[in-house]
Design a protein around this ligand. Structure first.
Ligand code: KG4
Ligand code: ZN
Length: 325
């Protein structure tokens, strides 16, 4: 068994995964959404203290597996430095007291492996990662060979939903509330500019769209919010759609996946499905419960890392906020 820990942002989560079968045998997550909602976003210092409370509580429920553990895995980057450290400290303590090796996991690679918690591993794969911290397209050949081919120049897709929700006073996280509100609105009412439309580069940008939405909110009233939400969701998705369509002209997809917290968005899923259809490409998605941050995906990738002997010496494991790929 491998015990895995995730604390890169505002979800405290621990999982236990069986190595031989890659099956998840335990998974629990304590989300801090309610605590951060009043601030309209994650407060790192508060998040850190909440992890310090929640992680030991979840760990208590895993005691029965301690004698069977062969390794402990933990997300060490990217993420919030002050929250990553909570998971890393716990992982180090477990490694030392149980005498088992450590596996340091990249959070983004973890999201990619969320696809394989309940279905067999399938590579190669083109992945759209849409979360609160990242928006990127990654060509994945294997555990080791992952190459980012497009990314955002400023805000991320999920973050733009959070910011729009905050401007409307709808709390945090913004993705699910904006998606719900958009269902009642008219997608065509506000013709927000599609980001980077005239520029040919393969990249994403959400800061300009966010500002256009801000103006519409300031000029309108609450009665306009459903239409603003619907038009925003449409343009935010259209931007991804058009850049992917351009990329596919030179790199036709065979197997495509959407991962990360914002991959739960149904409008996005529908648009990407339509985009893939002419290519006959298969669309892979993780179960909804594994789209947002969780330790099950960290445990799943850790099994493959364990099999390949990818351990990190105790003295070298630190948490870092830098993103790497
Ligand atoms: O992957 P995740 O749980 O955390 C990070 O690694 O960032 O993603 C959280 C992000 C938040 O920005 C949240 O608003 C967004 O995913 N999100 C959504 C939806 N559900 C969550 N964005 C759009 N539509 C959704 N349904
Ligand atoms: Zn994440």
């Amino acid at each position: 068994m491998i015990l895995s820990i995730e604390s890169s942002c505002d979800d405290s989560s621990i999982a236990v995964t069986e190595i031989a079968t890659k099956k998840l045998v335990f998974h629990k997550k304590i989300s801090q959404e309610l605590e951060h909602a009043v601030y309209g976003g994650v407060v790192p210092e508060l998040a850190s203290r909440l992890h310090a409370e929640a992680l030991p509580k979840i760990l208590e429920a895993c005691r029965e597996w301690f004698p069977k553990l062969k390794a402990v895995a933990v997300t060490n980057a990217p993420g919030l430095a002050v929250t990553l450290i909570e998971g890393v400290v716990m992982a180090k303590a477990l490694s030392q007291t149980l005498g088992i090796p450590l596996i340091a996991v990249n959070h983004l690679k973890g999201h990619i492996y969320s696809l394989f918690i309940e279905q067999p591993t399938q590579f190669p794969l083109t992945v759209l990662l849409v979360s609160g911290g990242h928006t990127q397209v990654i060509e994945v050949e294997s555990l080791e060979k992952m190459n980012t081919v497009m990314q955002t120049m400023d805000d991320s897709f999920g973050e733009s939903f959070d910011k729009v929700a905050k401007m409307m006073g709808l709390g945090y996280p913004g993705g699910p509330v904006i998606e719900q509100l958009a269902l009642k609105g008219d997608r065509e009412r506000y013709a927000f500019p599609i980001p980077l439309q005239k520029r040919g580069e393969l990249a994403f940008s959400y800061s300009g769209l966010k500002n256009a939405v801000r103006l519409a909110i300031e000029e309108g009233s609450e009665a306009d919010y459903p239409d603003i939400a619907a038009s925003f969701e449409h343009i935010a998705t259209e931007h991804l759609y058009r850049k992917l369509r351009k990329y596919f002209k030179t790199h036709p997809p065979k197997r495509f996946a959407i991962v990360g917290g914002a991959s739960a968005n149904r409008y996005l899923r529908g648009r990407i499905e339509a985009l893939l259809q002419p290519y006959g490409a298969e669309l892979l998605l993780a179960e909804l419960k594994y789209c947002s941050d969780n330790a099950a995906m960290i445990g799943r990738i850790a099994v493959d890392m364990y099999e390949q002997g990818k351990f990190t010496p105790l003295s070298e494991l630190y948490s870092a906020s830098k993103s790497y790929f």
